[in-house]
Design a protein around this ligand. Structure first.
Ligand code: NAP
Length: 358
């Protein structure tokens, strides 16, 4: 099979590095261009990353001699790539304008950023949960005046630690959710070494994160109607608190869920155990075999031991307890894999399997 050629915009950042590494031996995709800001443009990727590479494996060989290009000229990629992974960190208006300029040059854009997530005709997809939202793409193409180009996004990284666990519980009359996220430093594009303020500390504020945690799930649980995503009429009410903690990778969520009816621990565990979706049915290359894994041990899941479950693409759960209509549990997911680069690659695989990259 001929591979799709992709560009990575923001290839020098935390998420971009993960993409560079994940795509080194991908079955369907091959990176053909690496892009970043004008500060990095013109240098060889390997040389530029000598001081900045954050991953335990070396920079993949294919990327070492690739030139880093400036991201502000999408037309320069015409004929060279088939689609774009977007992982540049820019103010929202600039990010949305740049994503749209790639789409208007007829590139499908798979974005990690927040700028376009709540636009009604932009699908924001967790492939196991709402693959049907890709159906808004023709309406978006019409708005943008494109034949091929469009933007699809993944959700915020912290959502991946609790929305996959709440979704199979919606049929039980999920009414109210309180969630406290304990988020790793890589979510801020940092390492433990480059973030001295986090040593021996917790920072009780992450700008914009609580709003995203409360609103993005509602779009994910929405319906595709008339070329846009319509929010559910009576969604569960979510309130969130988000904390930055001294952990390198892995966002943990402490969740309190209230239902309109009585539920049992057995029914919740059965719902989690049986939950899978299109990525598993289509056997997409990055799909975890088992999306949700429940740990019986009282002290699991933990970021250090459990974030890399199924190459960092599965969601871990534990400490389920409660009775009647009120339950508590812990969720965990790898923020730069399932929550960012891996989630974007899985979304691109879904788009390829459904014919949107062709
Ligand atoms: P990061 O480590 O700060 O990297 C930022 C990247 O953006 C770098 O490649 C940087 O290039 C590039 N960039 C900055 N200004 C630019 C410009 N004017 N034009 C083109 N490129 C520019 O950020 P990150 O953590 O990887 O996050 C990237 C995006 O993913 C953000 O939107 C973030 O919200 C989202 N995200 C991150 C995570 C996570 O866990 N980190 C999870 C989900 C989503 P230079 O090196 O040249 O400056």
């Amino acid at each position: 099979m001929k591979k799709f050629r992709c560009a990575i915009v923001g290839a020098t950042g935390t998420v971009g590095q993960r993409l560079v590494a994940l795509l080194a031996r991908h079955e369907w995709f091959c990176p053909a261009a690496l892009l970043a800001s004008s500060r990095s443009a013109g240098r060889r990727y390997g040389e530029l990353m000598r001081e900045r590479w954050q991953l335990p494996l070396p920079v993949p060989e294919y990327a070492r001699d690739m030139p880093v290009l400036a991201a502000d000229d999408p037309a320069a990629l015409e004929g060279k790539v088939d689609f774009v992974f977007f992982a540049a960190d820019l103010p929202p208006e600039k990010a949305r304008a740049l994503e749209e300029s790639y789409a208007k040059c007829e590139f499908p854009v798979v974005s990690n950023g927040a700028a376009s997530r709540l636009v009604p005709d932009v699908p924001m997809v967790i492939p196991e949960i709402n693959p049907g939202h890709l159906a808004v793409i023709p309406a978006q193409r019409e708005r943008l005046g494109t034949k091929r180009g469009f933007i699809a996004t993944k959700s915020n990284c912290s959502l991946q630690s609790y929305v996959p666990l709440l979704t199979p519980l919606l049929p039980f009359g999920l009414r109210r959710v309180k969630v406290c996220t304990l988020q790793a430093v890589s979510g801020a594009g940092k390492t433990l070494e480059s973030f001295p303020e986090i040593q021996d500390n917790v920072i009780p504020f992450i700008r914009g994160e609580e709003e995203k945690c409360e609103t993005e799930p509602l779009k994910i649980w929405g319906k595709c109607e008339g070329g846009k995503i319509v929010l559910p009429k009576k969604p569960p009410k979510i309130s969130a608190q988000c904390l930055r903690v001294p952990v390198s990778e892995g966002h943990l969520a402490a969740v309190f869920a209230e239902f309109s009816q009585s539920v049992s621990k057995e029914r919740i565990l059965a719902a989690w155990n049986g939950f899978s979706g299109e990525p598993q049915r289509l056997r997409l290359p990055s799909a975890p075999k088992k999306f949700i894994r429940y740990f019986e041990e009282d002290d699991r899941p933990q970021p250090k031991t459990d974030r890399s479950l199924e190459n960092g693409m599965a969601v871990a759960a534990g400490r389920l307890r409660g009775e009647g209509n009120s339950f508590r549990f812990i969720g965990l997911s790898h923020n730069t894999l399932r929550g960012a680069a891996g989630g974007a690659v899985l979304l691109a695989e879904l788009l390829a399997a459904k014919g949107y990259l062709g």
